[in-house]
Design a protein around this ligand. Structure first.
Ligand code: HDC
Length: 924
């Protein structure tokens, strides 16, 4: 394929002073584009203005022979950025809305300013620039737009209610721009990148950042914005070289009879069906038209009644319904009152009754009271959420249910829509939902219960022509809901969203009366009632509801394509695999539950190879001679008393073991197995010498340490590392690295040999061209078999580990996510995170010293162990020892997991500098 070029194209990248924006700018320039590098020069929190960031990027582009100009405008003044492009280059073709800031805070502590700042940059800034450029793009009949979403928006994320909402809002905006632009060869797509940037650096562990270079994202952006690419209205998640696509997945749902028996209880009775994504009838709607609303009505008509179930009541509960003067809101308010709730009927509008202009809310309150219910009116704008909620608190002392329903429409083709149309729709729908939820939140937190139901729309899900404002606001409400569900979980607060389709004044004029009757708001209300009820568990969900039909809808992600990170990813490579990226039928598409799962799956690609590389490996690229020859440069490992104490706590020492955990103890010492730690701070890269593998498939197989001189309690060790053994075990590979630790004068303090057992990459020795080479001499004690004798042990010692053992141990230096992150451990084939092998090793060594070394660790000379089964934090480790018949200074030992009766350490031995004296101990 010929190179995808951008010659004569003018590309505007916002927030391009660093991270992703910079990577995009450099990439576009390298492909011939003229680039407007926009950056305010602001810090991560939006403070400070310095021109240098954009200038530096422009300089770099120019040095490389490219063409670029800097722009320092705030994205809210998008028209000025467009002006810069026109002034410098005479046109604008591609807009990458990338600028972003974070204001992470728990929802409880979030301020309106945190909310507004984030929206101003992410959503309103994106709007401002696209709005200014739109007439030009239409006129030239060409345009390519990229919106930057985020996994936080797709799944919700703790502490990011503002950010998740904004990041979904831009997807709704993009989806609608795709509709609007179709006729003019303007495409719009959204990407959710997982990349290391100033923003992510604050929330991501360092070791993962390497796989997340912004350079891995730029080629997708280039592909999507190339003139040959027609793809539009998509959402793509990308990170660590993996590119995946999103689509919607909906359940077949349940159709209800449109009569009095359609109640919240009837919904409850059928909820398992509504929620059933395992049914073959699950389908994949791509636009509003894919739902056969009239067909559902036909089914509904044929039904006789609904299964009733036990009535769901709301006695003693207080429900606030916004926009409840008419339509859906009124139906909800009446339903809640009918089933016992006290209702705050919010509406700022008026209706005419008997020729009199009266408050719509008053009419509904009067109706409720007439029917024997309890209600009070509130006339405030939802933007004054505090006042709306105060009405509930002042009158009834609490708020249990909040239905954010108020809304308005300002539909217009994007080219004709005014900034006021944009602003008003955003403020009523999204900011109003935020304000009311924010006001209700502290009360719900205090009560430790609450249900919030927000109103999305098919337009928010799929986008629509003439509704960019509405689509953005509605999609934003979804991102917001997702985060509320996450933040509320601990406090019994649930948050769900619905996309209702109900009869309106408009449909009444064009549909037969019978159908209008069935599209009544009263037939949306039962779902709201069910979701609001305190017995309901559902949270974080989204439903399509209308025509007496309820279906759940969620996103599904394609298996996607993983590009190897060992060489640059190109837009051409992406183009050649695009059909695979958007292939949802290859058996790999699946629902992703949360940001952790999302990033874990993307990161699993960090070690992927492509077919060409695999082919190279076929020729037997494991070069043992080269591997054994590579000796690392000496590296300094500095440690403090605090490190030594933290390690001791990690291997199960307690406050009673003062010599190990108290720096002022007379006998304060470093436990000798600490010699395993420096290896985690050296740079020996075993992956260089092995076929590619998933890091979660690497397990610690064996460990040997030899202490030449007691380790100091602080100071510096000079470490040299070397690979000493690589073996092909068929189903896996063992790889042993030796670390020699010296003091600064050159005296050897200790030697450590760690064997990794890497599952799934065996077989290299059978490949043609493979040369068997013997590794450097290994420590003989390490190679001894040390099988436990058949006889009963001479002493046994057991200790229950803490469920937090791995969480503590890792702080000594092995930050492998396998031991703490459930999603990552699943990638390694484990149900839950497992304990570090060396944590078990340290426990065992302590037990052995107690039982055989007179509790004097200074006499321990060497320890060798094989990890034969994983241990789960919280399990009991039982260490058994046997005196060795041939060597009075040696004991054999093993470690058994008591709860599961499996041997976790086998073939193990410890040697002391003095003859062992076996003590009978049973607990620590
Ligand atoms: C300083 C850097 C250090 C390295 C980084 C470490 C990072 C850490 O964060 C990672 C961890 O701590 S992981 C946790 C600790 N380890 C474990 O839980 C592994 C437990 N062991 C097992 O599951 C199996 O033994 C298992 C899966 C390992 C093997 O089981 P099987 O597949 O059933 O193998 P089997 O059929 O019994 O044997 C095949 C060949 O392999 C040899 N072998 C078996 N277990 C071994 C082990 N633990 N270590 C080394 N070699 C081992 C066998 O001898 C056999 O070889 P051969 O075919 O030549 O006879």
């Amino acid at each position: 394929m010929s190179e995808l070029r951008f010659d004569n194209r003018v590309v505007v990248v916002t927030g391009a002073g660093g991270g992703l924006g910079k990577a995009y700018s450099l990439f576009f320039a390298s492909r011939g584009a003229k680039v407007v590098v926009n950056d305010l020069g602001a810090g991560l929190k939006g403070e400070g203005v310095s021109a240098s960031a954009a200038d530096l990027v422009v300089e770099e582009i120019k040095k490389a022979g490219g063409s670029a100009v800097a722009d320092y405008n705030n994205v809210l003044e998008g028209h000025k950025i467009v002006e810069t492009a026109i002034k410098a280059f005479g046109r604008i073709d591609v807009i990458i809305c990338n600028a972003g800031i974070l204001r992470d805070k728990s929802f409880k502590s979030m301020t309106d300013k945190d909310w507004d700042d984030v929206f101003n940059v992410h959503l309103h800034g994106s709007y401002a620039i696209v709005k200014a450029a739109w007439p030009l793009l239409r006129k030239q009949k060409f345009g390519r737009i990229i919106m930057t979403s985020s996994a936080a928006g797709i799944y919700g994320n703790f502490g990011q209610a503002n950010y998740s909402a904004a990041k979904q809002a831009v997807v709704g905006f993009s989806n609608s721009l795709a509709y609007e632009g179709a006729k003019y060869n303007i495409t719009s797509n959204a990407i959710a990148p997982l990349a290391a940037s100033r923003m992510t650096a604050t929330v991501m562990p360092q070791e993962l950042l390497e796989a997340l270079k912004p350079e891995f994202i730029a080629p997708l952006v280039a592909f999507l914005t190339h003139e040959e690419t027609k793809q539009s209205g998509g959402l793509y998640e990308i990170g660590a070289g993996k590119i995946t696509a999103h689509r919607w997945q909906a359940t077949e749902g349940v159709v209800f009879k449109a009569d009095e028996s359609f109640t919240p209880a009837a919904v409850k009775a059928k909820f398992a069906e509504i929620d059933n994504f395992d049914s073959p009838a699950v389908y994949y709607p791509t636009s509003m038209k894919d739902n056969d609303w009239l067909g559902k009505l036909e089914v509904a008509k044929a039904l006789t009644t609904n299964s009733k179930g036990e009535e769901l009541r709301y006695d003693g509960q207080v429900a606030v319904v916004t926009g409840a003067g008419n339509g859906l809101g009124r139906a909800y308010a009446k339903m809640f009152a009918k089933f016992g709730a006290k209702v705050v009927v919010n509406d700022l509008g008026y209706v005419t009754v008997d020729g009199q202009k009266v408050r719509a809310a008053d009419v509904v309150v009067a109706d409720i009271k007439k029917a024997g219910g309890e209600a009070v009116a509130n006339y405030d704008s939802v933007e004054d959420g505090e006042k709306v909620v105060a009405t509930a608190i002042d009158n009834y002392g609490r708020i249990d249910i909040l239905i954010n329903n108020a809304g308005i429409l300002r539909d217009k083709a994007f080219v004709n829509a005014t900034p006021q149309d944009w602003d008003l729709v955003y403020r009523v729908h999204l900011r109003g939902t935020y304000k009311c939820s924010k006001a209700a939140w502290p009360h719900m937190l205090k009560q430790k219960s609450g249900s919030i139901i927000n109103t999305n729309s098919s337009v928010g899900i799929f986008g629509n022509f003439g509704q960019t404002n509405y689509a953005a606001a509605k999609a934003g409400i979804q991102g917001f809901t997702n985060t509320l569900a996450i933040e509320g979980a601990k406090y019994g607060i649930r948050a769900n969203a619905i996309a209702p389709n109900a009869g309106t004044a408009m449909t009444a004029t064009i549909m037969p009366a019978e159908i209008v009757e069935m599209l009544k708001p009263e037939f949306v209300a039962p779902l709201v009632g069910y979701l609001a009820h305190s017995s309901t568990e559902a949270t974080g969900k989204l439903f399509q509801v209308g025509s007496c039909w309820i279906s759940e809808i969620r996103r599904q992600r394609s298996g996607g394509v993983g590009f190897p990170l060992s060489k640059p990813i190109t837009p051409e490579a992406i183009a050649s695999k695009w059909q695979k990226v958007i292939d949802f039928d290859d058996g790999n598409a699946h629902h992703v539950a949360n940001t952790r799962q999302s990033s874990a799956e993307l990161l699993a690609n960090a070690s992927s190879t492509d077919e060409a590389e695999e082919a190279e490996k076929e020729e037997g690229t494991v070069d043992l001679a080269a591997a054994y020859k590579a000796v690392g440069q000496p590296e300094n490992f500095d440690f403090t008393k605090r490190d030594v104490i933290l390690y001791a706590l990690g291997i199960g020492a307690s406050r009673h073991d003062l010599p190990l955990v108290y720096e002022h103890s007379d006998k304060f010492q470093t436990f000798p197995t600490y010699a395993v730690i420096p290896a985690f701070f050296t740079r020996l890269d075993i992956t260089e010498h092995l076929p590619s593998f998933n890091p979660m498939m690497l397990l610690h197989g064996e460990q040997y340490i030899e202490i030449k001189s007691p380790l100091p309690t602080e100071g510096r060790m000079v470490c040299t590392s070397q690979l000493v053994d690589i073996q092909d075990k068929g189903k896996g590979v063992t790889c042993t690295a030796r670390l020699t630790m010296k003091d600064t004068k050159g005296n050897v303090l200790a030697i450590s040999e760690s064997t990794s057992f890497i599952r799934g990459i065996g077989g290299f020795s059978k490949k043609p061209g493979f040369k068997s080479v013997k590794g450097p001499e290994r420590s003989t004690a390490a190679l001894a078999q040390n099988a436990s004798p058949k006889r009963a042990p001479d002493a046994v010692f057991s200790q229950k580990t803490s469920e937090d053992q791995a969480a503590i141990y890792r702080l000594s230096g092995d930050y492998n996510p396998l031991h703490i992150d459930a999603e990552m451990s699943k990638l390694g084939g484990f149900k839950t995170p497992i304990l570090h092998g060396l944590c078990t090793f340290g426990h065992a060594a302590r037990h052995v010293v107690k039982m055989a070394g007179g509790n004097d660790a200074a006499t321990l000379k060497s320890v060798k162990a094989r990890f034969s089964a994983p241990v789960i934090p919280g399990e009991t480790l039982e260490t058994s020892i046997w005196a060795d018949k041939e060597n009075p200074k040696k004991v054999l030992f093993q470690v058994r997991v008591v709860e599961r009766d499996v041997v976790a350490i086998s073939n193990a031995a410890a040697e002391f500098s003095v003859p062992v004296a076996i003590a009978k101990l049973s607990k620590l």
